[in-house]
Each structure stands twice: as C-alpha cells, then as structure tokens.
Design a protein around this ligand. Structure first.
Ligand SMILES: Nc1ncnc2c1ncn2[C@@H]1O[C@H](COP(=O)(O)OP(=O)(O)O)[C@@H](O)[C@H]1O
Ligand code: SF4
Ligand SMILES: [Mg+2]
Length: 343
C-alpha cells in the first residue's frame, strides 16, 4: 500500500489554497479617559482583507505605528477584533470558545521581537519547551525530552542547551530557542513579528536564514512582519504594505521592489539604506505620520504624498485588484513610479 503524503508533501503537491483568509478586519483601541471626557478611539487596523496561501510567506511592511503588530495579533486571536472575520483552514475562528482556541494555538504560533522578554528567566530552556509540549497533551516525559532535543537541533542549538538558563544565551540564541518553542506544537501558521529587529546586525542573517530554511523544510505558512524592507525582501514571497492601519499595496516581492505602484511604497524603497548608495542627500518620505486618532480624510497618505491631487482629500481609495497578484489603493493610475520616485 502506498503511504499517504505528509502535510508538508501535500503542501508542495496539491493546488495551493488559502490557509488564512482575513475579511474586513478592524481594530479600535479606546485610549484612557482624559479628565471627565471619554478617551479617544484609535483605529489601529481599518477594514483589512487578505489571504495567505498554504506554504507562502506574506511580508508585512510599513513604518512604526502602521498596525502591523496589531494585525498579527488579531490573526492569532491574541486580541479581539472590533469587526471582521478570520478563517483558518476554512473555519471561521472569529468566535471560537477558549477550549477550541487552545487547539488553534497549536496550529498558529507567534515569534516576538524581543527574545529577552519572551522567555521566562526562571525556567531552564528544556523545562520551558517541555511545558509547552505538556500543555498540548504530550504526557510522556521521555517523549517530551526527546522532542526537546529534536527541536533544539532543528534551530541549530546543542542538546545541552536544555539544561541551561535563558540568561546564559545571547539574543540570537534566545531567538532560536523562542523559534523552537513556537515550533514545538507543529504549527501550520507562524507569525514572526520583527523577529530580528532587536538582534545585532551580525546575527540577523543567521536567524533569517534559519527561519527561511525551517519554513521551506516544514512547509510552514508564515506572516513575516518587519519595518525593514531589506529583511522582508529576503523572506517574503508576497508583500503587503501598510500605512496608518490601511493596506496601500500588495504585490509579489520582486515586482514590489522593482516596480512599486503606490507612492508610499516608492517612498519606503527610496528611504531604504541600500537605495541611496549613490544619492546620499536624497529627500525621503516627508513629514510626520499623522495621528491615528485623527487620520487625514480621503487618502490617509495624502499629507505626505508628492503626487496628491485635490480629490485625494475627499475620496477614499479602494484597494484595486490589477491582476497578476498586484493590488493598489491609490486614486491615480497615471503615475510611473520607480523605487526612487519620491523626492
Ligand atoms: N494596546 C494598545 N492600546 C492603545 N493603542 C495601541 C495598542 N496597541 C497598539 N496601539 C496603537 O495602534 C497603532 C498601531 O500599532 P502597532 O500595531 O503596534 O503598529 P506597528 O506594529 O506597525 O508599529 C499605533 O498607533 C499604536 O500606538
Ligand atoms: S490617492 Fe492621492 S494622496 Fe493617496 S497615494 Fe494616491 S495620489 Fe497620493
Ligand atoms: Mg510592531
């Protein structure tokens, strides 16, 4: 009898389908009250919709405050949405009970930015990993210990690391341990939120290449969040550009970096360090990001857009699907942008 394919093999063989579908998701935060007045509402994510295909890496980029982390947390149901739906593997997970959520936790995991904060300093590495396995039903101690050794090997750490304390490891090593912990329960979706931003530049490449290898070897689906375009370029198959809680553009990685369609994307690319080797004095994205409590009317990017027209103040651009995986939210279709177009 032929053996059934593993899920990883399936992911490579079967026609691709959306493992994650997000529909019109929004998130409001109510800020603390000011004196006797009700606190203002901040819309961190505004009606965002997107799909992630099984085995795909979707990159999320945008300046700080654009809602990337909030969106990542919404997807994993670490925070509740204010509106919208999330489907995982075809199932609506927007309204799951806490018991069903525990099962979901083993399908979806997150790697956070700060490896120093994400590991309990009072647990040895092995105990921390075993704890996760136990929580997810692995009762046999021997099995757990074998799995811990396997996980450590998977992330390039020696088995002896299990007997040591988190404080004995560098930032890069701790992030590897955090990745091992996320993988312990065999997730299908991994959300990595700025996983190398807190690390020394010298160790960033190693952790990125580990993530890339694990992703492809395990057939993982990944949402990879970073404010750093060069990091996203290495990791992502497709990129979603966010600004003030809205999607500005979605495109396959190569196309986004070579022919951006949204002025904000072009500005981000022009501002990236590698883009201005020749023109160090290039003027980049101008002005401050407006307050999300009181965002600009019409197109939220209009206060910083070099191509702004009067209509941009009144009309809200919708995310248009131009085909070939390219979507853009701009009222103008007469722009010929390059990665250096915003001056
Ligand atoms: N718990 C919270 N309470 C209030 N405001 C928040 C909270 N979390 C995030 N925000 C606000 O939501 C917006 C988006 O934040 P965030 O998702 O962290 O953006 P990014 O990850 O892109 O930097 C920011 O204006 C931020 O201040
Ligand atoms: S809609 Fe107008 S303001 Fe917004 S990005 Fe396009 S041109 Fe600029
Ligand atoms: Mg963030």
């Amino acid at each position: 009898m032929t053996q059934p394919f593993t899920p990883q093999q399936n992911a490579k063989l079967l026609p691709q389908y959306s493992l994650l579908r997000v529909v019109d998701i929004s998130k409001d935060f109510t800020l603390p009250r000011e004196g006797w007045r009700r606190g203002p509402t901040l819309r961190a994510v505004e009606k965002i919709s997107f799909d992630v295909t099984e085995g795909e890496v979707l990159g999320l980029v945008g300046e700080s405050g654009s809602g990337k982390s909030t969106l990542g947390r919404l997807v994993l149901r670490l925070i509740e949405s204010s509106a919208g739906k999330i489907y995982f593997n075809g199932q609506d997970i927007s309204l799951l009970s806490s018991r069903a959520l525990l099962k979901l936790r083993s399908d979806m995991q997150m790697v956070f930015q700060d490896p120093f904060a994400s590991l309990n300093p009072r647990r040895k590495v092995g105990a921390a990993l075993e704890e996760v396995l136990e929580l997810h039903g692995q009762r046999d101690r021997n099995d757990r210990q074998n799995r811990v050794a396997e996980l450590l090997r998977l992330v390039g750490m020696p088995a002896e690391a299990a007997a040591r304390w988190p404080r004995e490891f560098s930032g890069g090593q701790r992030q590897r341990i955090a990745i091992a912990r996320a993988l312990a329960v065999n997730p299908r979706l991994l959300v990595a939120d700025e996983p190398v931003s807190a690390l020394d530049v010298s160790v960033q490449a190693g952790v990125l290449s580990l993530l890339r290898t694990l992703q492809s070897d395990l057939g993982l689906t990944m949402i990879f969040i970073s404010h750093d375009l060069s990091v996203v370029e290495v990791m992502a198959d497709r990129v979603m550009v966010m600004y003030l809680g809205r999607v500005m553009e979605i495109a396959p990685t190569r196309e986004l970096y070579t022919s951006p369609l949204h002025p904000y994307t072009a500005g981000l690319l022009a501002a990236a360090p590698q883009a201005h080797k020749k023109k160090a004095d290039r003027v980049m994205l101008k002005g401050e990001i407006p307050s999300p409590i009181n965002p600009p009317s019409g197109c939220v990017f209009r206060t910083r857009c070099p191509y702004v027209l009067p209509k941009c103040e009144v009309e809200v651009p919708v995310l248009k699907d131009l085909g070939a995986g390219r979507l853009v939210a701009c009222l103008r279709d007469d722009l010929a942008l390059t990665a250096e177009a915003v001056e």
